[in-house]
Design a protein around this ligand. Sequence first.
Ligand code: GTP
Ligand code: MG
Length: 277
Amino acid sequence: MRYAQLVVGPAGSGKSTYCSTMVKHATDTKRIIEVVNFDPAAEHFDYEPLVDIRELIHLDDAMEDEELKFGPNGGLVFCIETLLENCDWLEEQLGDVDDDYILFDCPGQIELYTHLPVMRRLVELLERWNFRICVVFMVDSQFMVDGAKFLSGTMAALSVMVNLELPHVNILTKMDLLSKSARSQLDNYLDPDPHILLADMRNAKSRWHEKYAKLTEAIGEVIENFSLVRFYPLNIKDEESIDNILLTIDNIIQYGEDADVKIRDFEEPDPDDENGD
Ligand SMILES: Nc1nc2c(ncn2[C@@H]2O[C@H](COP(=O)(O)OP(=O)(O)OP(=O)(O)O)[C@@H](O)[C@H]2O)c(=O)[nH]1
Ligand SMILES: [Mg+2]
């Protein structure tokens, strides 16, 4: 068995930062977590990727091609399709290491996860290669501080869950940037209570709510009745917060339960160890 987190979410929500934070945290706790960069347009990240899609295809290749002439979004979908067509390349790059633990840092175009089939096909490949996968959906906490935004973030999370059909964790990122009052307001939403949410929207007297109060209420009830959506706050400046999230995801993919957990040998590095670079 192998273990994977598919790190997805809107542009700029903190996916790459999450990946490098987890790698650092793992190193501190003598664990090995690798990252694969699946973003063909990535310009900057703070980790050493195990595999980098840009070595196969870069977004610029798709956009600058005289025949293809893609814009940034169509180009991105083209890149992921190219990756799928070259799954042998990916399989070889990933190697075949039992019990490895890999984060897949994905691009920020939300339509890749909400309705296009490409990510679903990628997931099927990973499953075929023995990965047990958890989807980790990042949402910027700064966009979740009122009822309407919370509802729209929740619907985005839901559509990813429905499209990818995998174990799923939602994470509120950038908690360190929230003011105290914003943070306490957010507390109301963490284990979503639709009633608080609705009261909020009613008080805001939004035109949407006046017109669609019943719809908002129905959505709220679906969320409540099925306990569908829950958010875990992440403060990357707080080791305990990082550890809690990792532990939650480990449990979901049953990491460490039936595995020979890999521990990096910090005392005596083996000079013959090919992976010990
Ligand atoms: N203070 C703070 N800044 C963060 C945090 N997470 C991300 N950022 C900042 O937010 C910006 C975007 O973060 P990234 O990690 O690149 O986001 P991403 O989701 O990978 O973005 P794309 O790949 O472009 O979709 C960067 O400037 C990060 O430094 C966080 O937890 N705290
Ligand atoms: Mg990124």
